[in-house]
Write a protein that binds this ligand. Structure first.
Ligand code: ANZ
Ligand code: ZN
Length: 838
């Protein structure tokens, strides 16, 4: 294919923007608050694999939007940086023997080149890298503020521990009690951890979701994760004289079912278990506790799992009716939720029902309406077998029972959250050192703020120690220090922060990246915050996005930031997938041999059509598209527009090189028109109308992030203009301007050809003329039995009755229907009239 000289043009303009610092931005007071826009991308982790085609999808969207806003008179902060601490670099360091710093910085250079080659309008003077001491100094500073506010505390928590890999594991990394990586049985190990009290902000994190302009699905995920539930704590005393005097407290969301509580279950880790269990049951209880310790919470709460448990031999008294009920232990009760103990109501809770069925425990119906022979009934209904609650519905019964329990001091209304405190320490090297000192005399002493950053020392080995300490623990000179309070000898904290720490607040540093005296200047913060649009993948729904909101709220409470929430509007881009293989024989298929058939994708071979599987791009499937290749063969502008044309931003779509080639042809056509002789005469009215419709549609769609439909409209315009032999200046100038946010390199070049000086980046965006947008006349097709027989022009908006009249007078219709009977006339305003005849 003959291509326009995209390479030359793109490199030329990228150099121009860089040399002229075209996109540098300052806090210019001449822009009123409404015209200050902070448009943010999720900054990448600079992996060794380089840029993925998924990265530019979000980056292109925010870039088009930022460019559009600038042309519409907004001051736009649009920065980029690197989230550069993290495990992959450390693992690679262990394998290759090279320092993580070196690997990371090489990756950043590569990433930067790739990102710059796409022509994004970032203010590169604001670039930050989270692994740089100038940056993590402030990450450590925030940690100290959390510590001072009692929001950071040390705890011994049982975590998943793999002996063979010498490391703690997340719940998600444990399968059937075994380490996902090596297959070893996972143990629960008590290790010293630093925790952040995110739970203190549970309610605020929940409440403030309401006013955020985020996709409902992400909000729902956060709400679920926070998991607020309302209910009651109820106290059960133990039966028998030898029993401990303290009652067992349970948490329930259904206190109304108390009359149906026929037994109790404690988590195996509950501190009372070994105290209350009878001598005969002791050995089976101990055995069960040991078994449960190998399982992750995820497995224990799996609904499909067969219930297991053992009896403690002890009994409790149901506070509402004095009945003696047995106490069991089972791993479906988690120690970390509620009180770690439940009252079991098998008639109305499915887990309890299954447990009761398995162990022959009594099932008493207390709400009418279900069939408890078959399953637990979780619906509402009048209460039965429930003393003073009989006849009431669920909500009335809940309030009534709580009032009774509170009066008799047998229970109280309670709110619980699923959200747990954040395990914030890692026994790893490549992260921010935690700025604390352990002094034998003074205890834990924070490092004075003036001594920050506490820099990460170079080490020889990045291998985990296996003792639960990070590799930093092996560096004597670093670990041994003096106490800032008493000057005695003391030791440094050797745990580091998790990979999420740096990204919790990076958007604030972009506002004031070189400030050496504070995290962010207050005036600048007020100027830019909150982020007006944040674009990135949905995989961060409850990790980064929740952690960042938490830190932001703490920073708000200590007066560093002016808003309660950091990201006002969030858009999650869809995933760019790829084709994997034929269903039948699993052979790989190149993406450009694929065709679309409605909602499926097929590969044609010798008359045979095979349906294709859509998959994530991955090395093992050999279906990864490398952005470098695309830019080399088709240019950055083609890549940008193609990714935006694939479909709505939020929808996942498979990559199709064929589609990219189509876009490249479209840009070639534009180039072809640009090289025609310029005509300064007034263009025909029809052409002006297409232009104004295009300006209107592209403006509105761009403002709404509906980039794909904006591009379609530009295509319509180009097809119209391409037919003519000239290039009218009056049409071309505005078109080049609306194209500029999308294909900035090509547009800049064409702007120059039109005699514009410098960049179009701040050129006023064209406006449309309403009179030219509305067609006064519409062409209506006249059909007989669905076949087009004639066309007529009518005033736009002509109503149905009028349309019928006009159509019936049409000579062609008169002639073709003369011997027939018209049974029905269908009209569609501004479009058609169809005669159904027989
Ligand atoms: C009695 C009952 C009767 C319950 C009934 C439910 C239905 P959410 O909504 O998730 O907060 N539960 C309490 N603590 C638990 C723990 N540590 N591990 C496992 N399960 C626990 O769930 C609260 C319900 O989950 C509580 O209400 C309790 O069972 C159980 F018809 O108590 B319910
Ligand atoms: Zn001391």
């Amino acid at each position: 294919m003959q291509s326009y000289p995209f390479r030359e043009i793109e490199l030329k303009w990228q150099k121009y923007w860089e040399d002229n610092k075209t996109f540098r931005v300052i806090e210019d007071e001449k822009f009123p608050p409404k015209r200050r826009q902070y448009i943010l991308d999720m900054f990448p982790y600079p992996s060794g694999a380089g840029l993925h085609v998924g990265h530019p999808e979000g980056y292109t969207a925010t870039d088009i939007y930022s460019r559009y806003l600038r042309m519409n008179g907004h001051n736009v902060l649009h920065p980029m940086g690197y989230d550069s601490f993290g495990l992959p670099a450390e693992n690679y360091a262990i394998k290759s023997g090279q320092p993580p710093r070196k690997i990371t910085e090489e990756n950043i250079i590569n990433f930067s080149q790739q990102i710059k080659r796409l022509g994004f309008s970032y203010d590169w003077d604001r670039e930050i890298q989270t692994h740089r001491p100038e940056y993590y100094r402030w990450t450590q500073w925030i940690f100290l503020q959390l510590y001072k506010k009692n929001l950071a505390y040390e705890s011994k928590m049982p975590i998943n521990w793999c002996k063979s890999c010498k490391t703690g594991l997340a719940n998600e990394e444990v399968h059937e009690g075994k380490c996902e990586r090596c297959g070893h049985l996972v143990q629960r190990k008590n290790t010293r951890q630093w925790m952040l009290k995110i739970t203190e902000y549970a309610q605020a994190l929940l409440d403030d979701l309401d006013y955020l302009d985020w996709t409902e699905s992400i909000k729902a995920m956060q709400r679920n994760w926070i998991g607020r539930s309302e209910g009651a704590n109820i106290y059960f005393t133990l039966a028998g004289s030898a029993a401990p005097t303290c009652p067992i407290e349970v948490y329930t969301t259904r206190p109304d079912t108390l009359f149906g509580a026929t037994y109790m279950v404690l988590a195996p880790e509950h501190p009372l278990v070994l105290q209350i269990c009878t001598p005969e049951n002791r050995s089976s209880v101990k055995h069960y506790i040991e078994q449960a310790s190998h399982k992750s919470d995820l497995e224990r709460t799996d609904l499909a799992k067969d219930k297991s448990g053992v009896s403690t031999g002890a009994y409790a008294i149901n506070p509402v009716n004095g009945k003696k009920i047995p106490i069991w232990i089972s791993d479906y009760i988690l120690i970390s939720y509620g009180t770690g103990a439940i009252m079991a109501v098998p008639a109305h809770d499915q887990r309890d029902w299954e447990f009761a069925r398995k162990f022959g425990l009594p099932i008493i119906e207390v709400l009418k309406g279900g069939n408890i022979e078959k399953e637990a009934y979780t619906g509402d209904g009048p209460h039965v077998n429930s003393g003073y609650l009989n006849g009431t519905d669920k909500n009335t019964a809940i309030s009534s029972v709580i009032a009774h329990l509170e009066k008799e001091k047998k229970g109280k209304k309670t709110i619980n959250y699923k959200l747990r405190d954040w395990i914030f320490s890692r026994q790893r090297y490549w992260g921010e050192p935690i700025p604390l000192i352990h002094c034998p005399k003074c205890g834990i002493v924070p490092i004075p703020e003036t001594q920050l950053p506490l820099t990460l020392p170079e080490v020889k080995s990045y291998q985990p120690t296996g003792t639960g300490e990070s590799p930093l623990a092996n560096i004597e000179e670093w670990v041994n220090t003096t106490c800032p309070t008493c000057s005695g000898s003391a030791k440094r904290e050797t745990n580091t922060m998790p990979q999420w720490a740096g990204s919790c607040w990076y958007y604030l540093r972009f506002i004031d990246p070189h400030n050496n005296s504070c995290l962010v200047d207050k005036k600048k913060e007020t100027y830019w915050m909150p982020v007006k649009l944040y674009v990135g993948g949905a995989e961060h729904a409850v990790l980064h996005l929740l952690y960042a909101r938490f830190w932001h709220k703490v920073l708000h409470d200590i007066g560093i930031v002016s808003h309660k929430e950091p990201f006002y509007r969030l858009v999650n881009q869809g995933m760019i997938t790829s084709f994997a293989y034929r269903r039948a024989d699993k052979t790989l298929i190149p993406a450009d041999e694929v065709e679309r058939r409605g909602s499926i994708y097929v590969h044609k071979t010798g008359g045979e059509e095979l349906e294709l599987v859509i998959a994530k791009m991955s090395k093992s499937l050999k279906n990864v598209i490398n952005p470098d290749d695309i830019i080399r063969d088709y240019g950055a502008d083609s890549m940008r527009i193609y990714e935006m044309f694939m479909g709505p931003l939020e929808v996942s779509m498979p990559w199709q090189t064929k589609g990219l080639i189509g876009i490249h042809r479209f840009l070639n056509r534009i180039w072809n028109i640009a090289n025609r002789p310029i005509d300064s005469a007034s263009p025909p009215v029809a052409a002006q109308k297409v232009l104004h419709k295009t300006i209107k549609k592209v403006s509105i769609d761009t403002a709404n992030l509906a980039f794909n439909t904006a591009i379609s409209q530009m295509m319509i315009f180009i097809n119209e203009i391409y037919k003519e032999r000239v290039c009218w200046r009056a049409l071309w100038e505005p078109f080049v301007l609306i194209l500029a946010p999308y294909a900035p390199h090509l547009a800049e070049e064409m702007g120059q050809m039109l005699g514009k000086n410098g960049s179009l980046a701040y050129h006023p965006y064209p406006t449309w003329n309403d009179k030219l947008v509305h067609d006064s006349q519409k062409e209506i097709v006249l059909q007989i039995n669905g076949k087009v027989r004639a066309k007529v022009k009518v005033p736009s908006g002509t109503d149905s009755a009028q349309l019928k009249k006009i159509a019936l007078k049409d000579p062609k219709i008169i002639e073709l229907s003369k011997d027939k009977e018209i049974t029905r006339i269908v009209t569609v305003r501004d479009r058609l009239v169809n005669f159904v005849v027989s």
